[in-house]
Design a protein around this ligand. Structure first.
Ligand code: UDP
Ligand code: MG
Length: 311
């Protein structure tokens, strides 16, 4: 009998978590010839999520709850789920029912049909998201694709099915900053899309603050691309060229007398500001990578588990 784990990261999801559990349970109960498990990662919720989950885990032997010592973020929570999973297949799914659990059998069928190692879900529509989020996400993922070393499929989230081979390879990643959908693409093997319509959140509010979104985007960009360094170098090169042309212009101007050296305060200020700006920008880009090196070199654990609840 094949085993299947459902990995569900949860942060302050008291208003949905019970419904999520029941909906997934119904789907899993109807699956033939599969031994299912649910792994909930409670990412340091400050509300009643932990109590609700503990209650569920005590009654249902197929449920495992991993409680973090504090909030470590969505990607760390999913990572912990994969680390704690040794099934033949795993499905990563959000706790807010935006990704319908009813699609799980379809994902399994698609896997079987195509013998794929990954079945990643591509959103055809996204209900209930702000215009700002849709627009920034669209622009960001397209820009990221231009910059990144790997070609990422567009309009996908972490909602996907992965098999034992991917799980095993994923466990080998030592980096702390994880951009999971990118890493799974990076692993390779056979990856197949599955098209679906993303629903609105069942209840509660988004747990992705602007700050979390920015940090997520930064990890995606700087962990998967060295292009920003190349752009910085390009800017440096451009300014050198401009500098040389201007130097020649002024030197010849002095010799042939077509410039007046005294006036020129404005042009000097413009040049100073322009070059200063480019230098700061370039140092900033360097700083990003140094910051990442600093974080990675410390080799701190990516998350701390307080306890695991199982029946
Ligand atoms: N989440 C988490 N830790 C966080 C933020 C979010 O585990 O710090 C979980 C959250 O409970 C949900 C999933 O990650 O299951 C996606 O979050 P959310 O639905 O708020 O993001 P959105 O769909 O708005 O992008
Ligand atoms: Mg959501």
């Amino acid at each position: 009998m094949k085993t299947l784990s459902i990995i569900i990261p949860c942060y302050n999801e008291e208003s949905v978590i019970e419904a999520t559990y029941r909906r997934i349970k119904t789907v899993l109960d109807a699956l033939p010839a599969i031994s299912p498990q649910m792994i909930f990662i409670n990412d340091g919720s400050e509300d009643k999520t932990m109590y609700i989950l503990s209650d569920i885990a005590q009654k249902d032997p197929t449920v495992k709850v991993i409680n973090f010592s504090r909030n470590f973020g969505h990607q760390a929570a999913v990572t912990a789920g994969i680390h704690h999973c040794d099934s033949d297949f795993a499905v990563i799914i959000d706790a807010d029912l935006q990704d319908p659990p009813e699609l799980i059998p379809d994902l399994l069928a698609k896997q079987e049909e195509e013998q794929a190692n990954v079945v990643y879900c591509v959103r055809r529509k996204r209900a209930g998201e702000s215009k700002f989020k849709l627009w920034t996400a669209k622009k960001f993922y397209r820009a990221l694709n231009k910059m990144a070393e790997v070609d990422f499929p567009l309009d996908t989230g972490d909602f996907r099915l992965i098999d034992a081979q991917i799980i095993e390879q994923f466990k080998r990643f030592k980096e702390r900053g994880k951009y999971i959908r990118g890493l799974i693409s990076w692993i390779g093997f056979k990856q197949t899309p599955f098209y679906y319509e993303r629903e609105a959140r069942f209840a509660g509010e988004t747990k992705y603050s602007l700050k979390k979104m920015l940090s997520f985007a930064t990890t995606a960009l700087f962990y998967f691309s060295k292009k920003p360094l190349l752009i910085a170098t390009g800017l440096g090169f451009l300014t050198v060229v401009i500098g040389v042309i201007m130097a020649l212009w002024y030197i010849f101007g002095k010799i042939f007398g077509y410039t007046n050296a005294e006036s020129g305060w404005t042009s000097i200020m413009i040049i100073v500001i322009f070059f200063g700006g480019i230098q700061l920008l370039t140092i900033g880009v360097l700083g990003q990578y140094i910051g990442i090196l600093f974080d990675e070199v410390k080799e701190r654990p990516e998350y701390i588990v307080d306890n695991v609840v199982e029946a």
